[in-house]
Design a protein around this ligand. Structure first.
Ligand SMILES: C[S@@+](CC[C@H](N)C(=O)[O-])C[C@H]1O[C@@H](n2cnc3c(N)ncnc32)[C@H](O)[C@@H]1O
Length: 632
């Protein structure tokens, strides 16, 4: 079990909530809407760095240390990024998308990179746009908004100075064209920088930009839970122009929001806004789809035109029960008493008219809608049998397409079939035997009725089978979504590992630099020791020999293997029986002792013992120096 997994099982919901509440004032980000496993892993990382094993102790530390709140907050916003990350996706964007941008000299091309981290993605996009527009020889203004919730990331992006290592991701030609050398790295050129505007913005709370041609929100959705993913996709849908494009990260998808976007390049996660989706889905949270349309003034006008037209048709037909549906068959308005034909079905609430269809109606309704959609012509189905409560009724169905601004809507009318008018003569005729023409007619009618019943039951069986297939399909879809979530989870773990890796690389670089420095200092010391004409011995606090100069070999009677032995184990060539105790006194009292001693040849020498201090000024041992009297 990993440390994070152990921690995940030991962090209670209450503890997690307390941690997230502490984080809220620091930046206003509601991490409650982010994926719990990522949060727990980042928490575990912080605890491991601080060597805290108990979650309660960490929470207390957080409460008392505002800096740690900032550190945890920064850790949660995983800021991994690079220039042209996933180069294939950028190539696809340049190839298939940018050439189709609507270019008008009076209106700038507007793009938004949401969650841009330190800006590499923004400048990559700026480079692509510059190259694409240059090919079209167009005089176009370009505005790229780069936003992130991390202040320091935005600040970094604004500076536009990157380390030399970006050469791994940016071609030599682009480096030459779009960067100048600066501070041992590269600075983005003025003209590229001027295309980009960096702003701190919290995607979950702050208003979005609008009238955008392109939104890139890559590797951000993977960190947040499904409800926030849905909300953000609605926001992006709102912020894009008609036909605007959305680009997500390679494992991210629009999930169940297919009414908002359609795939433009499935492999590289490039989507096109569905313009027809406005009435239903400007904001998914809104319960009535028309209310959503009325959320914008353009939507209001558009919705009014469609509704007026639908109402006119309904009135012309003496107001039968009807519904107006959009191109995905979602109901945008109910008219009259439709309860006999439509009703909610068990499961997740849905406005899809096919899901609302009562028993017996589904098949006829679906084929009629599909015919109306493909032919764009009014389509009829007569005498469909539909079950309302315990009874079966007959209904005539008419689908009338209403197309405005190239957006198709369909008006579905439910009408009671007129009773078949029997001819007077027929009514008055007595019932004849089976052999007579009238009898044969009656028999044929009976056969027809039973065949119709048989057909009806077969249709119902097919419908039931269809529904089962649909359910199986949804199960597969949800399994798919789970796999997608696992994939996202794996990707976010990868991102975290990458960010840890980057930190380790930095630490490693520092260690290598320090090692080189140490080697240099060591070499200098060795040169000094060899060139110094004084016998010097350095001992540790426990009087073990650590180092000595070549002159000390004769004076103190030392050989290289004496390093590590205690001073009392050697017999120096000087007369000073109390030398070990003098060294101990120097270490204990941090004082210096000087004494004149005789060497073995009877010459007078000056012995000086000084305390030896470490980096924190603590006494780590002593330096014993011996030289000819008067030379020290
Ligand atoms: C993994 S980075 C992705 C950077 C870049 N889009 C890429 O794919 O290379 C995720 C970024 O999303 C930002 N982010 C997370 N939550 C955010 C929020 N609520 N609003 C804005 N940015 C957010 C983080 O600060 C981080 O810089």
């Amino acid at each position: 079990m990993t440390h994070a997994a152990r921690l995940a099982s030991s962090v209670t919901e209450d503890q997690l909530e307390r941690v997230l509440r502490l984080l809220l004032p620091a930046s206003g980000v509601r991490f409650q809407d982010y994926k719990t496993p990522t949060i727990v892993r980042r928490l575990s990382r912080r605890m491991a760095l601080l060597r805290i094993t108990d979650t309660e102790a960490y929470i207390t530390h957080l409460e008392r240390t505002p800096d740690e709140v900032g550190n945890l907050h920064d850790d949660l916003l995983i800021r991994v990024t690079r220039f042209f990350r996933e180069p294939d996706a950028f190539a696809a964007l340049a190839r298939a998308v940018l050439p189709h941008l609507e270019i008008r000299p009076d209106i700038p091309v507007r793009a938004w990179v949401a969650g841009c981290a330190t800006g590499e993605e923004v400048y990559s996009l700026a480079i692509l746009l510059r190259e694409a527009l240059e090919d079209r020889r167009a005089e176009v203004r370009v505005q790229i908004f780069g936003t992130d919730v991390s202040d320091s990331a935005v600040e970094y992006a604004r500076r536009g100075v990157y380390p030399a290592s970006i050469a791994a991701d940016v071609s030599l030609e682009r480096l030459r064209r779009f960067f100048t050398k600066a501070d041992g790295g590269y600075r983005v050129t003025r003209s590229l920088r001027d295309m980009c505007i960096f702003v701190r913005q919290d995607l979950t709370r702050d208003p979005p930009f609008s009238r955008l041609d392109l939104i890139c929100c890559r590797n951000v959705l993977i960190f947040v839970d499904s409800p926030l993913q849905r909300k953000l996709l609605s926001v992006f849908h709102y912020a894009l122009k008609r036909q605007g494009l959305l680009m997500l990260g390679h494992v991210e998808s629009i999930g169940q929001n297919s009414e908002l976007f359609s795939f433009m390049d499935k492999k590289h996660r490039i989507f096109r806004k569905k313009p027809g989706a406005l009435p239903r889905a400007a904001y998914r949270d809104v319960t009535s789809p028309l209310r959503a349309a009325r959320a914008t003034s353009a939507g209001q006008a558009h919705a009014r035109v469609i509704l007026n037209e639908a109402n006119r048709i309904v009135l012309e037909r003496y107001a039968p029960p009807s519904v107006l549906v959009d191109q995905d068959f979602h109901v945008v308005q109910f008219n009259g008493e439709t309860g006999l034909y439509l009703g909610p079905s068990p499961g997740e609430p849905s406005f899809n008219v096919l899901k609302l269809a009562r028993e017996g109606l589904l098949h006829g309704l679906r084929t009629a809608l599909q015919t109306a959609r493909s032919t764009r012509k009014a389509t009829r189905r007569r005498r469909l049998r539909v079950r309302g409560g315990n009874d079966w009724h007959e209904v005539d169905l008419e689908i009338i397409p209403i197309v405005r601004q190239n957006q198709p809507f369909y008006l579905v009318l439910f009408e009671k079939p007129r009773p078949a008018v029997r001819k007077k003569t027929e009514a008055k005729q007595p019932v004849r035997g089976a052999g007579t023409p009238t009898g044969r007619l009656a028999r044929l009618e009976e056969e027809l009725a039973s065949t119709r019943e048989y057909l009806q039951s077969t249709i119902q069986e097919i419908e039931a089978a269809n529904e089962e297939l649909q359910a199986a399909n949804e199960e597969i879809l949800s399994t798919n979504e789970e796999l997608q979530r696992t994939n996202e989870e794996l990707d976010s773990v990868k991102e975290e590992l990458q960010s840890t890796n980057e930190e380790l690389n930095t630490v490693n670089d520092e260690l290598v630099a320090r090692n080189e420095e140490l080697a240099r200092v060591n070499a200098d010391l060795m040169t000094l020791a060899v060139s110094v004409q004084t016998a010097i011995v350095i001992v540790s606090r426990d009087l073990r020999i650590r180092r000595f100069t070549p002159m000390a070999e004769t004076a103190f009677n030392l050989i290289p293997s004496d390093i590590g032995r205690t001073f009392s184990q050697i017999s120096p060539n000087i007369v000073s029986p109390d030398l070990p105790s003098m060294i101990a006194t120097v270490i204990d009292t941090a004082s210096t002792i000087e004494r004149t001693v005789q060497d073995s040849e009877g010459k007078s020498r000056l012995l000086r013992i000084r305390p030896c201090k470490g980096a924190d000024s603590a006494i780590e041992g002593a330096v014993i120096a011996l030289c000819e009297d008067g030379r020290l």
